[in-house]
Design a protein around this ligand. Structure first.
Ligand SMILES: [Zn+2]
Length: 132
């Protein structure tokens, strides 16, 4: 029994009628699988849920029963790529046509009238709207 389960995403617990217990942990990296107890005690695999399914099928065929399974932590999520509408489109003006200051892209700009992607001047705050 471990008290540190911050790396565990989901745990499956199986029990054999003779009292033998096995627990399978899927780690939050979504591929590391760790077995505690049973014939594969201490085994560590890297096949993710496919390995879990394989092990569950194997142990159940061997007489183990799935006692319970429960989520422990959310899977780790890689940094999300920018949504399409947050990526800066081509055609950025070199300078503000009004005052010559640099412009910056703002994906979710809004003023009193509209909301959406806009080029904004860092100087005079002139905005060139990209979308209506
Ligand atoms: Zn300007």
């Amino acid at each position: 029994m471990t008290t540190d389960d911050a790396h565990v995403q989901h745990t499956w617990q199986l029990r054999h009628p003779d009292g033998d217990e096995i627990s399978i942990d899927l780690w939050t990296d979504d591929y590391t699988v760790r077995v505690d107890g049973g014939p594969d005690d201490g085994d560590q695999r890297e096949g993710g849920r496919a390995d879990v399914d394989h092990l569950l099928a194997k142990y159940q065929a061997n007489g183990h029963r799935l006692v319970r399974d429960y989520p422990v932590n959310d899977p780790a999520v890689a940094e999300e790529p920018l949504e399409d509408d947050e990526r800066e489109p081509d055609g950025r003006p070199e300078h503000c046509p009004e005052c010559g200051s640099p412009v910056e892209y703002e994906a979710r700009y809004s003023d009193d009238f509209r909301e959406g992607a806009a080029w904004l001047c860092t100087g005079c705050k002139w905005g060139q709207w990209l979308t209506a």
